[in-house]
Design a protein around this ligand. Structure first.
Ligand code: SIN
Ligand code: FE
Length: 297
């Protein structure tokens, strides 16, 4: 569907950075808070010669989607065997350090505020998900991110991605409409919140911490979007081609996104408190609260 708010000019901002510690003149922070995807077409992440051998889906534990690394604890998860643990940890630690330099330059106001870093090495081709996933886990359907077992009570999910495909294959994404319009469309269909069920889920260890009304709505929104075949096909959307050797950044709790094709990706997640935003009215928490006329955490 053609949509003026979803032109590349309105939905993205391209920044000409060529290295991870480069200062930037443009208002990257403002654009990101508005829900734009920041495109960094010339910012690649160089792999060392021996690291290229790590680019194979065989490295991933068959029970997991990706390999993940927590730079604070040093915990690495999702490898099929221990053989490559040191090499993969070193690669993900280096990517985390580069991402820290990037955020220090692009978002100085947030540099000390971004927290809970976790990154992933994504080795499977995107089309492997469709065959293997239920609709709820299928990230080739437009969705906003929400964590089922880790409620975050409104904190922002900032994600940096880098396409490290060694054969020059782009990652293909679709992105969707601005968050306030998404809420207008889906809010009437979302089911009510039951605090006692959420308390029970916490007691049973199904969630780490209490799933708040906000977390409940974001999960419902994620599911309602993915379950709606007509919205997936005909809803407002813009295709993005994300070339090998490029990076991009978005608030994945705000910007509807879907990965359609590609293989070999690095991704770095940080969380950010709503109070640490410059324009907190853009936060999904505030947009939902304004619609409902009440506090959600
Ligand atoms: C997602 O975050 O939904 C998938 C992004 C990707 O792997 O390209
Ligand atoms: Fe996602």
């Amino acid at each position: 569907m053609s949509d003026p708010q979803l032109s590349p000019e309105r939905a993205t901002l391209s920044l000409p950075l060529t290295h991870w510690a480069q200062p930037c003149e443009q208002d990257a922070l403002g654009a990101l808070e508005q829900g734009k995807v920041l495109l960094l077409p010339a910012l690649g992440f160089a792999l060392q010669a021996q690291e290229l051998a790590l680019l194979t889906p065989a490295l991933v534990d068959p029970k997991r989607k990706n390999i993940s690394y927590n730079a604070q604890s040093g915990r690495l998860r999702g490898l099929a065997s221990g053989d490559n643990a040191a090499a993969v940890s070193a690669l993900l630690a280096r990517y985390h350090r580069d991402c820290l330099q990037l955020v220090a330059n692009l978002f100085p106001a947030w540099h000390q505020r971004l927290h809970t870093p976790v990154n992933t090495l994504r080795l499977h081709p995107v089309n492997a998900w469709r065959a293997a996933s239920t609709w709820r886990k299928d990230d080739s359907r437009l969705h906003v991110d929400a964590f089922p077992s880790r409620p975050n009570h409104g904190q922002r999910i900032l994600r940096i991605f880098t396409n490290i495909n060694p054969h020059g294959e782009s990652r293909q994404w679709r992105i969707g409409e601005p968050f306030p319009r998404l809420v207008q469309r889906f809010l009437p269909r979302l089911k009510g919140y039951s605090p006692w069920i959420c308390r029970l889920q916490r007691q049973l260890g199904i969630t780490r911490g209490l799933r708040s009304h906000y977390d409940h709505l974001m999960l419902q929104l994620h599911d309602a979007m993915k379950a709606d075949g007509d919205y997936q096909q005909h809803g407002p959307q813009l295709a993005l081609e994300l070339p090998a050797g490029s990076s991009w950044i978005c608030f994945s709790d705000q910007t509807p996104h879907a990965a359609m094709a590609g293989q070999y990706l690095l991704e770095q997640t940080f969380l950010l408190a709503v109070a640490d935003m410059q324009q907190a009215d853009n936060a999904p928490l505030r947009v939902l609260e304004n619609h409902l006329g009440k506090a959600l955490v």
